[in-house]
Design a protein around this ligand. Structure first.
Ligand code: ADP
Length: 750
């Protein structure tokens, strides 16, 4: 394959630019000519200068921009055979052999059809004498690869679509803001979010914001008088001390007869039945806009890079694949199957087969819905007679990590709802030593879902000596029979200590479960930890600002990020911000590499580069620290560029948790409680760490955990994300084979 094209189509989605950038740069790096088709299928039908080459520098400086720089459109002509024939003609005369299409369900249906018709379209063009037979023969195979750009997360073949995470950021920001004003005036709000056939945004936003009720297309309330039920719950919540009521409605919400439920109707009902002032906010296109989240940038980047690799390997008869993410890995699935499953879901909704609709959405969606149904309750269920009741202690340990509060809230509510008593331990292990332990009730965690920091307190205290005795006494005094530790490395170490000493101290012989919560993402047995996504977004936002500050000068920034000896934040931050160099503790730094970096900087700035960003993991090398690197580059840069260092510091540990971290916290909490319930019923209760393994939550026995930890380096032995290293390298700097064109002004580090 010599020439490929990329296009974005249908509703725009944040992250599309990152995908375009990755496609173009990966293509160029592979020695492929890359074209852009501007304005989606309309550009393919129009041809002319709407199909033209796109260069390395054309896609510089776009990672942080919402929308799509190559334009998107809805195109009626492409729905007709004539239109598609003209589109085929335009691809042929531009000698394009492969097209990467980034769009939603509709756009990808169009792509599938176009590809299946290709031979016939060519034959028609020949018989109309618009093209010679030789051209038709030469280009008889067209390769197409699809990427799903859609804020609704409404497509099979990927756990999450490009743009959905950003839309969730916009929604949670809005709902958080609305909550604070609502609480001040004891008001009620109805918030309508996008999703005609998909309740994903509404459900995940409700879970993330601690909303009081949610209405989604896939799971309507299965009652005729659902309005009464909803109002009763809201009323009871108020009586118990909630100061606001927030209801989230998906635009496609319906009742179980299939009649649409409008957000206006919900607001009117609340006013009538509750006598509450209910304000309606329809979020609309705000959800589509704005800078993409770190997750969307990286999802789009990795998918775009993979799309090129896939298209280069496709045989003449390969079916059209969709590139997506399944189980936390970039994946490909046959487009045809994905579209069929989408159609099945639409049919299930039309036929009001809601059970089937939920089943098609999958386990994660169902679990999230179940968890939400418990969390929105005004009060817990009555205890079920005969079911084992735990005396569960929950605590934080280690450095603060955004999402700890969300996790504690979920543990408390889900725990109490299942008939357990939940005790909160203040200030990490110090609290367990001092006996700062108190029972937590349902309302004690009200409003915690969205709060950064750690309301229970946390610290890095690791017990030693007589501490163990004190801990044992307190566990006995409060008759704690299961322990849930939400925390990072030091929390895991302490948990392992208690576990090891259980024969010495019988009080320690209780099921312990650790929930991974650290911004560093350096824990064993979980691919992601609660807080890492929030920190990553803080880093990426900071770097966006740092870059903008440098408009007037030629400048290099050396940005230091946290992570201890784990380079996750540095690498993912570099990928999401388009930094040209990243220094990881895993790889170290040598003088020879720094010399090479200096050489490349000089080379770049001599040829018009205006900005460079080098990201450094805080412990990348103890000698060549951030100050040293900045001084070295400054000295060597001479008059060509100046250098600033930026140590991001504790802003990375602060901030309200992102929707991803909140929902990870809630999901893990639900699973941890279930795990502990299971252990207490067995004769030999086990202890474990919880984690996200692929797309599933899983538990790893504490016996195995030490083998998974590199204690000396304080990081896990298995770091799945190191496999992404090469993508960051390829996209940051043009390799020797890439001819860099474009104006000097446009030259940017990205
Ligand atoms: P999205 O891709 O976001 O779902 P649309 O459904 O509006 O957005 O589709 C975008 C464009 O894709 C349409 O304007 C049309 O040009 C093309 N398209 C959609 N469905 C088909 C189809 N069944 N056949 C041919 N082209 C289609």
């Amino acid at each position: 394959m010599r020439r490929i094209a990329v296009l974005t189509s249908g509703g725009d989605a944040p992250g599309m630019n990152a995908a375009v950038r990755a496609v173009v740069r990966t293509g160029l790096d592979r020695g492929i000519e890359t074209f852009a088709i501007y304005e989606g299928y309309q550009g393919m039908v129009d041809g002319g200068d709407r199909i033209r080459p796109i260069t390395w520098n054309d896609v510089g400086g776009i990672l942080h921009r919402g929308g799509t720089i190559i334009g998107s459109a809805r195109c009626a002509e492409f729905r007709t055979r004539d239109g598609r024939r003209t589109a085929a003609y335009n691809l042929l005369i531009n000698q394009i052999e492969g097209v990467i299409i980034i769009g939603g369900d509709g756009s990808l249906s169009g792509a599938n059809l176009f590809r299946s018709e290709w031979p016939e379209l060519l034959a028609e063009l020949v018989s109309e004498e618009r093209i010679p037979q030789t051209l038709a023969d030469e280009y008889r195979h067209l390769a197409i690869v699809g990427l799903v750009g859609s804020i609704d997360n409404d497509m099979f073949g990927t756990d999450v679509t490009i743009g959905a995470d950003t839309a969730l950021h916009r929604i949670t920001d809005a709902v958080d803001a609305i909550s604070s004003t609502a609480a001040s005036h004891q008001r009620s709000f109805v918030v309508e979010v996008m999703g005609r056939n998909s309740g994903y945004l509404a459900l995940m936003a409700a879970l993330a914001t601690g909303a009081d009720w949610v209405l989604i297309p896939e799971a309507p309330p299965m009652l005729d008088d659902w309005e009464d039920k909803m109002c009763a719950v809201l009323k009871r919540g108020r009586e118990l001390g909630r100061r606001d009521s927030i209801v989230i409605v998906a635009e496609g919400a319906r009742d179980w007869h299939g009649n649409p439920i409008s957000s206006q109707h919900v607001a009117s009902v609340m006013e009538e039945k509750l006598g509450l002032e209910a304000r309606l906010t329809i979020l609309g296109h705000v959800q589509r806009g704005g800078a993409p989240s770190a997750f969307d940038r990286n999802l789009a980047t990795l998918s775009g890079a993979a799309a090129v690799e896939v298209i280069l390997q496709m045989g003449p008869d390969s079916p059209v694949p969709v590139i997506g993410i399944l189980g936390n890995r970039i994946s490909q699935s046959p487009l045809q199957t994905c579209l069929e499953r989408n159609a099945a879901l639409d049919a299930a909704l039309r036929e009001r087969n809601f059970e089937k609709a939920m089943e098609l959405r999958g386990k994660g969606f169902i679990d999230a819905f179940q968890t939400l149904r418990t969390l929105v309750r005004a009060e817990p269920h009555e205890p079920v007679p005969g079911r084992a009741s735990l005396r569960l202690a929950v605590m934080n340990a280690g450095a603060p990590s955004p999402g700890m509060n969300t996790a504690v809230r979920a543990v408390v509510r889900l725990g109490i709802d299942r008939g357990h008593q939940v005790f909160g331990v203040s200030h990490g292990f110090q609290g367990l030593i001092d006996g700062s332990i108190q029972a937590l009730d349902w309302m004690s965690v009200n409003g915690w879902a969205i709060r950064g920091g750690a309301e229970l307190g946390t610290n890095r205290k690791k017990p030693s000596g007589s501490d163990y005795y004190a801990i044992a006494r307190n566990l006995e005094k409060y008759e704690i029979d299961s322990l849930l530790i939400i925390g990072g490395w030091s929390g895991y170490e302490a948990a392992l200590d208690l576990y090891r000493m259980r024969s010495q101290y019988p009080a320690f012989d209780l099921p312990i479960v650790c929930m991974p919560a650290t911004i560093d993402n350096d824990l064993p047995a979980s691919e992601l930890s609660i807080g890492a996504d929030t920190a990553l977004n803080s880093i990426v936002e900071a770097i966006d600002k740092i870059k903008q500050s440098a408009v007037a000068s030629k400048r290099v920034f050396v940005v230091e990020v946290m992570g201890g000896k784990c380079g996750y934040l540095a690498l993912m931050g570099a990928l999401a911000s388009g930094a040209e160099r990243v220094y990881l503790a895993e790889e170290g730094v040598t003088l020879a590499e720094l010399e090479e970096d200096v050489r490349q900087l000089i080379e770049g700035f001599t040829h018009g580069k205006r900005l460079g960003v080098m990201i450094r993991n805080e412990l990348a090398n103890p000698t060549y620290d951030t100050r040293f690197m900045a001084a070295l580059f400054e000295e060597e840069g001479g008059k060509l560029f100046d250098v600033r260092q930026s140590i991001l510091g504790h802003i990375q540990q602060g901030g309200n948790p992102t929707p991803f971290d909140r929902n990870l916290a809630s999901r893990l909490a639900a699973d941890c409680i279930e795990y502990l319930e299971g252990q207490i019923e067995t004769d030999e209760p086990q202890s474990a760490v919880a984690g996200l393994l692929g797309s599933k939550m899983g538990f790893t026995n504490l016996d195995e955990v030490p083998h998974m930890m590199d204690r000396r380096e304080r990081r896990p032995r298995d770091q799945w994300w190191m496999a992404l290293r090469s993508v960051a390298r390829v996209l940051a700097q043009p390799g020797p084979s890439v001819e860099v064109q474009g104006s000097d002004e446009a030259v940017s580090v990205e």
